[in-house]
Write a protein that binds this ligand. Structure first.
Ligand code: NDP
Ligand code: 2IT
Length: 449
């Protein structure tokens, strides 16, 4: 049972529980935001009067549809797909698509809800949305992935548009899937509209540094949290969960800033390499060969693989959860703190359970919540949209520098707002309030929307 909220907020939360039964991850994400809004309603009573919070908790539109497709043996499969268009006060709905067997409405809604605040934090004109499917891409051939993406887009295309809704990648959706989705959109509509998807390939409307952006941004945010404590990543040992898009580029930037990355994982287990993870090898195994992370230890004799192990038992200075929601529990947080961890930044969305967050905060370690720490991905998607709208394409360094500036700004805003609202060092308070104020002010200005 989560803690009781402020007397104005508890009934709103109860209503969310009642209206969205069984959607535990969505409840968790809403609770985490409402917990921090008490002081905001004292300072800005007009938001309560306009029922802004109740409106933010209800998606503007939810689309659920059937995706039939055939595997390589000719057998038919039926999946379910979702697009939750949560809030468009600041811009077109923006957020990724996730392909994973665990996807159901509650996951898409938690992700879409967090996306509203994250996107507001970037300072760029993007609203919040999210989508996905319970399709499991593991072990599927390129042709099967293509047929699935084509079938999904055959329904989704009618809901998209550069001024309406602009999906991108998330778990199980990278450049390959975005390519198949974009190809099908172009074919159905007979229009080359680059601005309807982000995360595209560099040769066909994608942005430099988008692939790297989430991981790089998470590490920039970590560096800023450490700087605020007169410290830095130089010489630190880092553990990163996951070995997908976010994890790989978080490792790359952490190494560039002088850290030693000693462990990473996938859903089957984790590897430890005390000499520092060989990133070229991880990229080959994961991005090119699409194999399991256990292959790393087969190819590198000094590394070892722990099947089904808990990566958070590996002592480190900095932990970067970059895999999935609720992957870091209260027990894991306790272990990390006992082992001397000084900073945690979330490359993944909601990877730390509420108990874990409380333990980090009580221990006084630097803790950067996902909606701030992983906002670099969607921010660079917004930069891709800018390039598409002006039919331009920027260089890598220029784009990567803009990403870094955006992350420095997000850190500063969260840090200063936490101070202003009486919770110094609490980036959860800072991120939620900055995002909430931006969205709420726009919603009030636009009347009853
Ligand atoms: P990828 O599909 O590229 O990689 C996901 C990684 O996490 C894989 O190593 C995967 O292991 C592991 N993982 C996924 N689900 C589980 C699970 N249920 N249990 C254990 N491990 C799991 O996805 P991304 O790197 O893009 O996404 C990772 C996280 O970052 C997600 O939370 C996503 O929402 C978030 N994020 C992504 C952004 C982006 O731009 N891509 C932007 C902001 C946040 P396995 O291969 O074994 O499944
Ligand atoms: O969670 C996220 O911010 C993403 N998956 C990226 C969304 C995007 O539109 O780039």
């Amino acid at each position: 049972m989560p803690a009781r909220l402020d007397e104005k907020l508890e009934p709103i939360y109860q209503d969310v529980l009642h209206r969205n039964p069984g959607e535990n991850e969505f409840h968790q994400a809403v609770h985490e935001v409402l917990e921090t809004l008490g002081p905001v309603l004292v300072k800005y009573p007009e938001f309560a009067e306009h029922k802004v919070i109740q409106r933010i908790c209800e998606p503007e539109r939810q689309i659920i549809f059937r995706v039939p497709w055939q595997d390589d043996q000719g057998e038919t499969h039926i999946n379910r797909a979702f697009r939750v268009e949560f809030n468009s006060a600041l811009g077109p709905y923006k957020g990724g698509m996730r392909f994973h067997p665990s996807v159901y409405l509650g996951i898409v809604k938690f992700l879409g809800f967090e996306q509203i605040f994250k996107n507001a934090l970037t300072g760029l004109p993007i609203g919040g949305g999210k989508g996905g499917s319970d399709f499991d891409p593991k072990g599927r051939s390129d042709s099967e992935i293509m047929r699935f993406c084509q079938s999904l887009m055959t329904e989704l295309y009618r809901h998209l548009g550069e001024y309406t809704d602009v999906p991108a990648g998330d778990i199980g959706v990278g450049e390959r899937e975005i390519g198949y989705l974009f190809g099908q959109y172009k074919r159905i509509t007979n229009r080359y509209e680059s601005g309807i998807l982000t995360g595209k390939g560099l040769g066909w409307g994608g942005s430099c540094a988008r692939r790297e952006a989430t991981g790089f941004g998470t590490v920039h945010f970590t560096q800023e949290m450490l700087k605020a404590r007169n410290d830095s990543l130089e010489g630190k040992t880092v553990v990163v969960s996951g070995s997908g898009n976010v994890a790989i580029y978080a490792m790359e930037m952490a190494r560039k800033l002088g850290a030693r990355i000693i462990a990473c994982s996938d859903s089957s287990g984790f590897i430890v390499d005390e000499q520092g993870i060989d990133l070229d090898l991880v990229k080959r195994i994961k991005e090119v060969e699409r194999r399991r992370i256990s292959a790393y230890a087969q190819e590198k004799s000094n590394a070892h693989y722990v099947a089904d192990g808990n990566i958070w038992k590996t002592p480190c200075d900095v932990a970067l959860p970059c895999a999935t929601q609720n992957e870091l529990t209260g027990k894991d947080a306790k272990t990390l703190v006992e082992n001397g961890c000084i900073a945690v930044a979330e490359g993944a969305n909601m990877p730390t359970t509420p108990e874990g967050i409380r333990l980090f905060q009580d221990a006084g370690i630097a803790y950067g919540p996902g909606k701030a720490a992983n906002a670099g991905g969607v921010a660079t998607s917004a930069l891709e949209m800018q390039q598409n709208a002006s039919r331009d394409s920027w260089g890598f360094d220029y784009t990567a520098n803009r990403l870094e500036e955006i992350m420095v700004n997000i850190h500063r805003n969260c840090h200063d707002t936490a101070d202003e609202f009486g919770s110094p060092g609490n980036y959860v308070v800072g991120a939620n309030i900055v995002g909430f104020l931006k969205v709420s002010e726009a919603m009030v200005a636009m009347g009853l929307i």
